[in-house]
Design a protein around this ligand. Sequence first.
Ligand code: SF4
Length: 247
Amino acid sequence: MERGELPSASRALQYDLCPGSYWLEWYVRNVIKPKDIDDDDYDSTEGTFLHNVRMGFIPETELQFHQRWVIDRSKRFTEEVLFNLGLRWKNIEETLHEKRFWIHDTNTLKPVFSGRFDTLYLYNGGTMGIYEEYKMGWKGATFAPLNRQILVNVSAIYQNLRLRRITGILNQPRVFDAPVSYVVYEENTLRKGVKKAVDIHRRCMNPHAPRIPGGSQCKFCLGKRYCPEANALIDNVIQQFQPNENR
Ligand code: SF4
């Protein structure tokens, strides 16, 4: 695995809300190894393909009819955000794709988190950036200002490139409820983002970290089929809705 055993930015919210899920997922991946393990509920092969088209690695002529609107919508969202930021394509000086950065704890200098962004546009003499996260599935991710993946990725970009301002865009063309959202981080909040990542890392690396079920964290957790806490919660909810036979 390219990122080793380091937690991934894409799971930052889950590890923040349920730090014990890191080790449960590790166990599922490395010990149980179920054949149908998947990080999302859509065809990841198609998701990867659409990502690659969106980033220009595969020509759009390869798209099938039902996929074209996904890419068109995604491109339109990017243009809308650029417009809202007062920018045009001509202002973009450099575009980077799929680069992985690590966040280091500034005290121990050890890496604590890994994040790979989809696209990063640099502008203003390379001092500011716009990072885009494409989600090609049908399930909506958390709104950009509250999205921990965006926070951890912009913090990783900040620590490595020292940009003064980074905008994070969540671009999810197949979602209809809030399909695009963005957040602008300045240097002071970027420094807080690094601290937040260090804190999540510290808590989820603890082998005694509790598992705390909840909608946001269990939604994408690879361990939910095996997790006693999540299953107890589901049992509880089901029992509440069971018809009362004595009524
Ligand atoms: S299923 Fe939910 S409670 Fe269980 S480890 Fe995963 S996120 Fe935590």
